[in-house]
Design a protein around this ligand. Structure first.
Ligand SMILES: [Fe+2]
Length: 233
């Protein structure tokens, strides 16, 4: 990740040579992580999984990984935040973050990450917090284009019944993500984290140029981004 302080832009470097061959997951390391960092990292992992699952470049395999990560996060996130000493919950979150990483290394991400980067570059909002605020709005925006997949997210989170119709299930996914973010104590709007409303157009300009936009399941115009920023404000 590179932040250009002069132009206030944030870019991500990506190349297969940068991918590790092994990951050592030790949940004991997470027991002393400050709560805010844990919330931000968990919401980032969830955003990776959701955006990867819905990406235009997702594969069958990356989607399986993404759904598994969503399942693990729904199961363990609240507990890990409430009781950091719970190693099972921490291990679940750690595994979820890694699997979500595998998934998005294949599929890349989408509108939420594109919109989150300017919040960090211009206002220093932690990356995961920016995602936490924008994820419900981005998902609601994408929902009509990928209603069935969004319904599957609700199923992975365990928030809908088998009898729920697709439309119903997809709405439950957005609600469940909103609720999870609230339960773990993530900030709910851009105003709360010190973003200036006057910069929305500038941020939208930066967001639309992000490579993530081309992977988003629903085509995105700059006006869509401006309106989503206003909603999230
Ligand atoms: Fe991220």
């Amino acid at each position: 990740m590179i932040t250009f302080t002069e132009t206030q832009r944030k870019l991500v470097l990506n190349h297969t040579a940068l991918y590790p061959e092994y990951a050592l997951l030790d949940p004991t390391l997470l027991t002393t992580v400050p709560r805010q960092a844990q919330v931000a990292a968990g919401m980032d992992a969830l955003t990776h999984a959701v955006e990867s699952y819905l990406s235009r470049e997702a594969t069958k395999r990356s989607q399986q990984w993404a759904l598994r990560a969503i399942e693990l996060i729904a199961q363990h996130f609240r507990i890990a935040v409430q009781n950091p000493a719970d190693l099972e919950a921490q291990a679940g979150m750690q595994q979820a973050a890694m699997i979500a990483g595998l998934a998005f290394s294949v599929s890349r991400l989408g509108i939420v990450h594109a919109m989150a980067l300017p919040l960090s570059a211009l206002f220093g909002v932690p990356h995961g917090v920016a995602n936490a605020i924008l994820l419900p709005y981005g998902l609601e925006f994408n929902r009509p284009a990928v209603v069935e997949q969004v319904g599957n997210i609700a199923r992975a989170m365990g928030v809908c019944k088998d009898s729920d119709m697709t439309e119903e299930a997809s709405k439950k996914a957005v609600a469940a993500i909103r609720e999870l973010a609230e339960d773990v104590g993530a900030p709910g709007c851009m105003r709360e984290v010190g973003v200036a409303e006057a910069t929305i157009e500038r941020m939208a300009q930066d967001a639309i140029e992000s490579a993530h936009i081309s992977r988003n399941p629903r085509p995105v115009k700059i006006d869509d981004i401006i309106s989503l920023y206003h909603k999230a404000y």
